[in-house]
Design a protein around this ligand. Structure first.
Ligand SMILES: [Mn+2]
Length: 327
């Protein structure tokens, strides 16, 4: 476990260093992409040299954000400070997080996941924040960078996508205070909701049809699978799969929803969602993953049937032994 920094110490790191590397996590979402880009633009406005990285495919959905094309599998070179955003474990950052290349440089992780155990050398983790973007907003303000429309759109994208449009239980009054400031700076909620939630390829709609037809309710657990075969047949890539998990929990008797997505390399991407009172972060952590109480995930070895048995057994064990956690 590394050092826990105060907010002031975190700000000081950004003040002191001029060449900065910032990485997003793998299977990047709106929060890590928006946070990395907002921090990049803010630091550049202070005259700093910033390199950004993402060691995975960036969904086309987020191409509208300024600087999104800079998110490539870059590795740290001569930067003085390495920053990793929105990931609760080292393996979330792929090859960008290589301890053998740190060379005594400060390495900082900024995150909001409850399962983050301060794994980095330096950590600023606010587990009460609804998104990493909210933390980045506070950092940008503390660095006295004026907000503009680009910064606002990046940060609003992070907040809106991670709160599923202000619907998660960790959405607070503070979230709305920040959102108000971002709208005043030119950010647009309808624009981001339209781009992030309301635009899927036709093939993805058809895939959903097939996946939902096969969905199974086992007690209070609703699970479904997306085999590679189906993705190939319908011509859907990982872009077309994102978002499906969030729809599963709309079934009235389901308290926990699980989606098993078979990746090209045979690994199984397991997404977990739960209603308030049921904690899937603990279940994901026991399987080697992490996340939030109501939304978490883990990457498991295939085949699909093995991953499914493992996950369903773990959920049932947790429901049987410890009664569902009430917040
Ligand atoms: Mn996040």
């Amino acid at each position: 476990m590394g050092t826990i920094l105060s907010f002031e110490q975190t700000i000081e790191l950004f003040r002191q260093h001029h060449k900065i590397f910032i990485a997003a996590h793998i299977m990047p979402d709106g929060d890590c992409i928006g946070s990395v880009l907002a921090l990049m633009w803010a630091l550049r406005r202070l005259g700093k040299t910033v390199t950004v990285a993402c060691h995975d495919h960036v969904p086309n959905t987020f191409n509208y954000l300024p600087g999104a094309t800079e998110l490539k599998p870059n590795l740290p070179t001569n930067e003085e400070l390495l920053v990793f955003l929105d990931g609760s474990a080292a393996d979330r950052f792929g090859a960008a997080y290589d301890t053998t290349k740190f060379n005594a440089r400060p390495v900082l992780v900024i995150d909001h996941h409850v399962t983050n155990e301060n794994f980095a050398p330096l950590n600023f983790i606010d587990r009460s924040a609804a998104s990493t973007a909210e933390i980045i907003y506070r950092i940008i303000r503390a660095l006295d960078v004026p907000l503009d429309r680009d910064l606002a759109q990046c940060l609003l994208t992070g907040i809106i996508t991670d709160t599923l449009g202000f619907r998660t239980t960790n959405t607070t009054v503070e979230t709305f205070r920040i959102v108000t400031a971002l709208i005043e700076a030119g950010g647009s909620i309808p624009d981001i909701i339209e781009r992030s939630f309301n635009q899927i390829p036709l093939a993805s709609l058809r895939l959903r049809g097939k996946v939902f037809t096969q969905a199974t309710l086992d007690g209070i657990i609703l699970w479904a699978e997306v085999p590679q075969r189906l993705q190939r047949e319908l011509g859907v890539n990982m872009n077309g799969v994102s978002g499906i998990i969030n729809q599963l929990l709309s079934v009235e008797d389901a308290k926990i929803a699980v989606l098993f997505v078979e990746k090209e390399n045979g690994k199984i991407d397991v997404g977990l969602r739960s209603r308030v009172g049921y904690d899937v972060a603990t279940i994901a952590a026991r399987l080697g993953g992490g996340g939030h109480k109501q939304a978490s995930g883990v990457l498991l070895d295939g085949p699909l049937s093995a991953a499914r048995e493992r996950v369903l057994a773990e959920i049932k064990k947790s429901l049987g032994t410890n009664k569902p956690r009430v917040e």
